[in-house]
Write a protein that binds this ligand. Sequence first.
Ligand SMILES: *Cc1c(COP(=O)(O)O)cnc(C)c1O
Length: 636
Amino acid sequence: MSDWNIDQAEELYGVNRWGAGYFSIGDNGNIQIRPNHRLPDLAIDMQEVVEEIKSEGIELPAVIRFHDILRSQVEIINETFAQQIQDADYNGKYCGVFPIKVNQMREVVEEIMDAGEPYNYGLEAGSKPELMAVMAYNENPDALTILNGYKDKDYLTLALLGRQLRRKMIIVIEKYSELEMLIPLAKELGVEPMIGLRSKMMVKSAGKWAGSSGDRAKFGLSIAEILNVVERLRQEDMLHCAKLLHFHIGSQLSDIRKIKEAVSEGARLYAKLIQEGVPLEYLDIGGGLGIDYDGTSTTSDSSRNYSTEEYVADVVWGVKQVCDLEKVPHPNLVSESGRAMTAHHSCVVTNIVGEIKPASTNFDVSPSEDEHILVKNMRELHQSGEQFHPQERYNDAAGYKQNAYEAFKLGILSLQEMAKLDTMYWQILADIHQSLDKDAYVIQELEELEDMLASQYLCNFSIFQSAADTWAIGQVLPIVPISRLNEKPEVRCSIADITCDSDGKLGKYIEGTEISDNIPMHSLRKGEDYHVGLFLTGAYQDVMGDMHNLFGRLTEVHVYCHDDERGDFYIEEVVPGTSAEKVLQTMQYNTEYMAKAVKKQIDRQVRNGGLAPRAGVRWTNFYEKCLAGSTYLSVE
Ligand SMILES: *Cc1c(COP(=O)(O)O)cnc(C)c1O
């Protein structure tokens, strides 16, 4: 083990690079969390958290939420804006909002509201049910509630109710027709709305969400439409209701240049509208603040080439510059960062329940009499050792294997012979791979050996539930063993989930500063759990998952840091995962009926004498216990 240390583990898994100061590798080889940016010395050992979870009888997989990280992120964005506003002599305030679609979990929203209270941090909703949630959870009369998304009459009426309750609810007009609905409604109810205008931006965004801007964007008003809205409001004597200009050019903006461009376009539009007599008070720059998921600090889709400070500075100074040139007052600045607020705070911890080797190399291959010539050939190649060039051995082995396959289909090779030949084939590939000089130039085909020989580690979770974006859009998420990082990881593997779907695997891994098809992990030890963490799942992944194969929501563990507690943390709450019963009910199954139906069949066997009465009771209870239990694999 002396040929490996935690610096090499850091080099390989890049924990500091994507960890944003929250995650690192401890001297003992365990993942460490520093969840509170104000207490940089307070470090929690992830392995200890897992031990405590298990000692409370909670089964993995589980989502672990570090609420202090949420709070830290809220404080950091607010304080960074405040600092830049002060440095720039900027005359407006920062009035951020959290878009709850990124993570609508009540506990998350509550924690964010609580941490954001001193800054009057608000919420954003993009649908009717989200609006209903934010109405109940944002009671701060000084915090904004921004209402985006398409709206019907009920949506607008709820927003007007919010105005009656003295909330700063801003209805952002996405389409002209929403204004036509709103005006008579507001007049009828005698409520003065606060109105925002969403601009369809001209800047060409980049990345997975590029479609959020440009002419074909689904949302927003063109400049001509904005002028029509302004005209209409003027006619209705409601122009004073227009308070905010909004834009959002996409999520996970990886290139700071696009952000600068959008800010300058948005600020210019704001200034020109002020000059037209529209009394706007807020400029809302939407979301898009990225996360460096792969730790490369580049413009790759899973990264970003800027820091939060740079982002904030570019917004504040960019808006100031345009406003000063146009001689208009500085607007209050609103941002709707969701991903950046929540991504770090939660992770999925689970266990590896098995290893799928590419092929068995564990079969007796000793020669037998009358062995087929194809088997003999493979054996000779097997024994030839390194006297041939690796490429030549590889070509021969592949050729023999192909011939053997043809012969097997024709019934020429026996099962025994095919098994021997196949076993030797894989042993030869492993030999070749061992003998390759890693740094020397190798031929493409031989490079693929690494992939062919990689194991699959079977991971007790569902990608479709817990990491939807890795499947849907090729998002990279860090996956790292949470202990043994002071040992050399000897097994190259990819991570497969427990769904019956061949897409149910992680396709991309961080390996140093590269993205690989597989990743080194430690060899599994008999009788010892191997825990891995899938990190940065707090934004979107937590809430977007589906129930493919009826794997429901995971158990959640809420961890708070506390320096008086043993291990500097305590588990504040455990939210049990969805039981098999609950998941089945969402698909319209009547689980009471199911239990009765199975019991009836058991009873019939008991009556027929096929089962002893006591055994019948045990089987009935077992079925009911499974209904009430977890959907994931139980590891005893
Ligand atoms: C999705 C969305 C956001 C959140 O974007 P992030 O990139 O997660 O910060 C903000 N505003 C609007 C209008 C959105 O649709």
